[in-house]
Write a protein that binds this ligand. Structure first.
Ligand code: DX5
Ligand code: ZN
Length: 217
């Protein structure tokens, strides 16, 4: 399991320190939730903030774009230091073209679906991505409760990826914590996003250690 703490749950008044805190705590990646107030009913931060954090961390910057027509902004996120960009299937007319562009720009492409979008729409796109992000809450806000039905989509996707023999990992995002991590992992997830469960914990190192203990239990 890889753990990707979501910066959305960090203290925004001291972002660089927050990033080093989770890096030292043993995070594998940093999940950066970009929201535009259109695709989702919330606004978070954009490329300038990501670029400002880049010199402070060696973590893989896992940028989750919850924005309409993300093709307009890819170059800015690559320049800011994104290592991977996840776009939403629902956010653009031609997801395949956007994923190919991300690959051509030299970083890792990923695709996401919101809870109401069937996972099968992604099957034709699997050869174009390194990762699929299954939203386990409605995108837009941190601190929500995981929607159990979304785990069925993960199991179906796992089976399809294995059937095709593709090197695609599965990320789950939203409402994941110690109480449901076992079920999330059993559904076939490789990369776990955790906002509140890591940044919201009194001690992120302990939170991550506990997550790893559940993985190995
Ligand atoms: C929701 C975001 C998530 C969220 C995760 O739109 O994509 O990454 O911040 O936060 P928690 O783990 O608190 O649900
Ligand atoms: Zn996210």
């Amino acid at each position: 399991m890889k753990i990707s703490p979501s910066l959305l749950a960090a203290d925004f008044s001291r972002l660089a320190q927050e990033v080093s805190r989770v890096e030292k705590a043993g995070a594998d990646m940093l999940h950066l939730d970009v929201m535009d107030g259109n695709f989702v009913p919330n606004i978070s931060f954009g490329a300038p903030v990501i670029g400002a954090l880049r010199p402070h961390s060696k973590l893989f910057f896992d940028v989750h774009l919850m924005i309409d027509r993300p093709e307009r902004y890819l170059a800015g996120f690559v320049k800011a230091g994104a290592d991977g960009i996840t776009i939403h299937f629902e956010s653009t007319k031609d997801p395949a073209a956007v994923l190919r562009t991300i690959r051509e720009m030299g970083i890792s492409p990923a695709i996401s679906v919101s809870p109401d979008t069937p996972v099968e729409v992604l099957y034709p796109l699997l050869p174009l991505v390194d990762m699929v992000l299954i939203m386990t809450v409605y995108p837009g806000f941190g601190g929500q409760k995981l929607i159990p039905d979304t785990l069925k989509k993960i199991s179906a996707l796992r089976a399809e990826i294995d059937r095709l023999g593709l090197p695609v990992s599965i990320q789950a995002d939203g409402g994941i914590g110690l109480g449901n991590l076992r079920d999330v992992l059993d559904s076939g997830v490789d990369v776990v996003v955790a906002g509140s469960a890591v940044f919201g914990a009194p001690d992120p190192t302990e939170a991550i250690n506990r997550m790893r203990a559940i993985e190995h239990s």
